[in-house]
Design a protein around this ligand. Structure first.
Ligand SMILES: Nc1ncnc2c1ncn2[C@@H]1O[C@H](COP(=O)(O)OP(=O)(O)OP(=O)(O)O)[C@@H](O)[C@H]1O
Ligand SMILES: NC(=[NH2+])NCCC[C@H](N)C(=O)O
Length: 355
């Protein structure tokens, strides 16, 4: 049984969204019929439709607007998740299955910008959820602490270039935290999309960052996902960035069991990150193409790329620097997701040169 208070909130939120000019995928796909079918459902964790959509109900400027409070939500609320997944990931249908993990030949990618004229830095990240734990909205404070402990112990076993230190957010000085954020190494604090999805409870408990000395390999613990594994460095050498990430993921996978689903691939809190979970991005300056931002978005979309601002999602470009990455992460392999970025950026650079 779903409480009357929850049903009332759902109804009020639905009406407001319906009357709004929100461009979110939630607004696009939450028809009255789907809403009525799903509003009385619950997962075995007790998660309701409100837990799934409240971020999008409260933030009409969401691009997407929904999250899975626990893995079961993807099936219980499939009538809403499936069309949103299909739209975001460029045609991954409810009858499709995500391909098996395949990092391909890591020697394939080279430097996108050997002369260093356009690409400021390159980053590839993936997300992982630890088996046996639900996503943020369902975690207890005890579980957060236990997970942080497991993550820091596991990562302390990394060697060579990956060897590094775990820094809990609890006790980190504001100056150190802000410097890590400004340098693009650490997640920001107070993301309203996550907050309204109930994903920031007990903050900063259980949250932290691991990084090697050079800050070229980093792991985020319990921000949006249980784990975010990140490889990044200045310049355009995607080959080196990719090889480092693949080495790290292969190593960590042997030590921690990750949640995987036959149809959806690796499981994440947000449906935009399912499947490969891979976002490969460059920070790039393309002043001629960017003179008209709408045009830049249009060109990027042609190559299945997404344009973000300098400080990431939901931010503006500073000093003409854009974050451009592969948009889709499902229905293709890890290798192909990264290749999509590589090929698209190569085209964009070519166009910028010719413009
Ligand atoms: N190529 C890049 N070079 C340097 N920093 C980058 C690059 N790509 C992303 N970043 C930085 O990574 C941080 C996180 O960005 P953002 O939150 O947009 O993406 P994400 O970590 O991939 O996760 P999500 O897509 O869930 O938001 C930001 O500081 C952003 O500037
Ligand atoms: N970090 C993410 N999961 N990004 C994708 C969506 C973020 C936010 N919920 C929105 O709809 O705009």
């Amino acid at each position: 049984m779903v409480d009357q208070a929850v049903l009332d909130k759902l109804e009020a939120g639905f009406k407001k969204l319906e009357a709004s000019d929100s461009k979110s995928l939630l607004k696009k796909f939450l028809t009255r019929e789907i809403f009525d079918n799903l509003k009385t459902k619950k997962t075995s964790f007790g998660s309701t439709l409100l837990d799934v959509i409240q971020s999008g109900l409260e933030n009409h400027d969401s691009g997407v607007g929904i999250y899975a409070p626990d893995a079961e939500a993807y099936t219980v609320f499939a009538d809403l998740f499936d069309p949103i997944i299909e739209d975001y990931h460029g045609g991954f249908k409810k009858t499709d299955s995500h391909p098996a993990k395949n990092w391909g030949d890591v020697a394939t990618f080279g430097n996108l910008d050997p002369a260093g004229e356009y690409v400021v830095s390159t980053r590839v990240r993936c997300g992982r959820s630890m088996e046996g734990y639900p996503f943020n909205p369902c975690l207890t404070e005890e579980q957060y602490k236990e997970m942080e402990q497991k993550v820091s112990t596991t990562l302390s076993g990394l060697e060579g270039e990956l060897k590094g230190t775990f820094f809990p957010l609890t006790g980190m000085s504001k100056d150190v935290q802000q410097k890590l954020i400004d340098d693009h190494f650490l997640f920001k604090e107070g993301d309203r999309f996550l907050q309204t999805a109930n994903a920031c409870r007990f903050w900063p408990s259980g949250r932290g960052i691991f990084h090697n000395d050079n800050k070229t390999f980093l792991v985020w613990c319990n921000e949006e996902d249980h784990l975010r594994l990140i490889s990044m460095q200045m310049g355009g050498d995607l080959g080196e960035v990719y090889r480092r990430l693949v080495t790290a993921v292969n190593d960590i996978e042997k030590r921690v069991p990750f949640s995987h689903n036959d149809r959806l691939g690796f499981l994440t809190f947000c449906p935009t990150n399912l499947g490969t979970t891979v976002r490969a991005s460059v920070h790039i300056k393309v002043p001629k193409l960017a003179a008209n931002k709408a045009k830049l978005d249009e060109i990027a979309a042609k190559y299945n790329l997404q344009v973000r601002g300098t400080r990431g999602e939901h931010t503006e470009a500073e000093g003409g620097i854009y974050d451009i990455s592969n948009k889709r992460r499902m229905g293709l392999t890890e290798f192909d997701a990264v290749k999509e970025m590589y090929d698209g950026i190569a085209e964009l650079i070519k166009m910028e040169k010719e413009a």
